[in-house]
Write a protein that binds this ligand. Structure first.
Ligand code: ARG
Length: 466
């Protein structure tokens, strides 16, 4: 059988392998809501412009509403022979309303139709991801506020460097996700122009009103060039790029959770809700959710690369290559959504071991910088010299197997005679942390201030959204 949607010139149906490579309904059915929304806006405009009669437009709109119900309830039969979501819906429309259904596609092509659907889908997804990221930020900021005083080692090169607070560490991710959200919103702003009305590529001879359909679909304006409308997917690339950066951020915290939950670190524990046991080793609690967040970053970045390669060198305007835009985008955005949800769950679930973190915060001469700073402040020593003196003191302590604050004053004075008893005040981790009052520093007071500022901002956003 030749294709009933475009088969006028075709005597026979497609080779089986042609249908197999061409068909997209298995994945583009995800666009059904957007497709119907776009069609309703289009048909309302056709009627207002006198291109369709009001009676035809009403019949088509009712038919589309019926189809919406059928798909939502699961009673709609998707057909692979009908290729994609656009043909599936249009074919059903004609079944319901008769030949009038065939008038819906006046002054439109699947090329601008799919461009609208996909833009609307990506826009809807951005809004969902933004709300999810706000929730993750809230979980992080609330946990940070509760742990503004919880001391832990801060690392560079994954070696204990200086003591910080757990709250400070968590707030770093609040900042990163704030930028993730702003990148997504930035992509949304540029995405928000309507391609509808470009038709196949050149525009149409019908007196359509593209401003009307743009407004009906909550776009800021129609796109200004019909070739551009149907041929670019940069909005998906930008969104995948923002999604990739976000996934990379999530993977870093996921990796830290993996590390922190090992018995060797034992900084935090996760409950049964976010771990799984081993089939052979009864003692194990594996942080599977964190590992999967770490792992899924790979496929999200992979999707960005896949679409970049699909678009590379593609001549204008539409090419069927572009049907390859959907699977990676759908997969990456739903994977990201899952990762954000899992991470939010883990943040709310995790139980920090304050004593254990504090113990390790003091290990590895982590207050050596505080000692050097004391020499600068109290003895007016140039920092470079203070660095050398401190290194010698660390050497003495290491030779004796002691922490810095366990050295005797006499042992210190043997290295630098002007050192006084006061120095011990800066060698404790609490003092070290409390002294880091510079803006953005790890002092509990600073951390509380930042956490409260974010919680207030998130409350404000939530209130504005009603
Ligand atoms: N399924 C197609 C896609 O996703 C719809 C557009 C088809 N356009 C065409 N000229 N064959 O790109």
């Amino acid at each position: 059988m030749s294709n009933k949607m475009w088969g006028g010139r075709y005597a026979t149906g497609p080779a089986a392998i042609m249908e197999e490579i061409n068909v997209s309904i298995d994945f583009d059915k995800a666009l059904w809501r957007q497709d119907i929304r776009g069609s309703k806006a289009h048909v309302a405009m056709l009627a207002r412009q006198g291109i369709l009669t009001t009676a035809d437009a009403a019949a088509i709109t009712d038919g589309l509403t019926q189809i919406e119900g059928e798909i939502a309830s699961g009673s709609f039969t998707f057909s692979r022979a009908l290729e994609d979501i656009h043909f599936n819906i249009e074919s059903r429309l004609t079944e319901i309303v008769g030949p009038t259904g065939g008038r819906l596609h006046t002054a439109r092509s699947r090329n601008d139709q799919v461009a609208v659907d996909f833009r609307l889908y990506v826009r809807d997804t951005i809004d969902e991801l933004d709300a999810q990221l706000a929730d993750l930020q809230r979980a992080l900021a609330e946990t940070a506020l509760a742990h503004a005083d919880t001391i832990m080692p801060g690392f560079t090169h994954l070696q204990s460097a200086q003591p910080v607070t757990l709250g400070h560490h968590l707030m770093a991710y609040v900042e990163m996700h704030g930028r993730d959200r702003s990148r997504l919103m930035d992509a949304r702003r540029r995405l928000n122009e309507s391609p509808l009305g470009a038709a196949a590529l050149a525009g149409t001879s019908f007196p359509i009103d593209r401003h009307m359909t743009a407004a009906a679909l909550d776009f800021d304006r129609p796109m200004a060039n019909s070739l551009d409308c149907v041929s670019d997917r940069d909005f998906a690339l930008e969104t995948l790029s923002a999604a990739s950066i976000c996934a990379i951020h999530l993977s870093r915290f996921a990796e830290e959770i993996v590390l922190w939950t090992t018995p060797q670190f034992a900084f935090v524990s996760l409950s049964d809700a976010f771990t799984s046991g081993s089939s052979i080793m009864p003692q194990k609690r594996n942080p599977d959710a964190a590992e999967l967040v770490r792992g899924k970053a790979g496929r999200i970045v992979g999707a960005l690369n896949a679409l970049l390669m699909t678009m590379k060198g593609l001549p204008l305007a539409y090419g069927k290559d572009m049907q390859e835009d959907k699977e990676p985008t759908f997969d990456a955005l739903s994977s990201l959504s899952l990762c954000i949800a899992a991470m939010t769950g883990m943040v709310r679930d995790m139980k920090p071991d304050d004593a254990r973190m504090k113990q390790w915060a003091g290990a590895g001469y982590s207050t050596a910088t505080d000692l050097a700073d004391w020499l600068v402040r109290t003895l007016d020593m140039p920092f470079r010299e203070a660095h050398h003196v401190t290194a010698r003191l660390v050497g003495v302590a290491a030779a004796k197997g002691l922490d810095l604050d366990r050295l005797g004053l006499d042992e210190m004075q043997a290295v630098e005679p002007r050192i006084t008893q006061d120095v011990f005040a800066v060698l404790g981790v609490e003092n070290s942390v409390a002294s880091r009052m510079s803006y953005g520093g790890t002092a509990p007071e600073q951390v509380r201030r930042q956490a409260r500022r974010w919680i207030e901002a998130l409350d404000g956003e939530a209130a504005a959204q009603g």
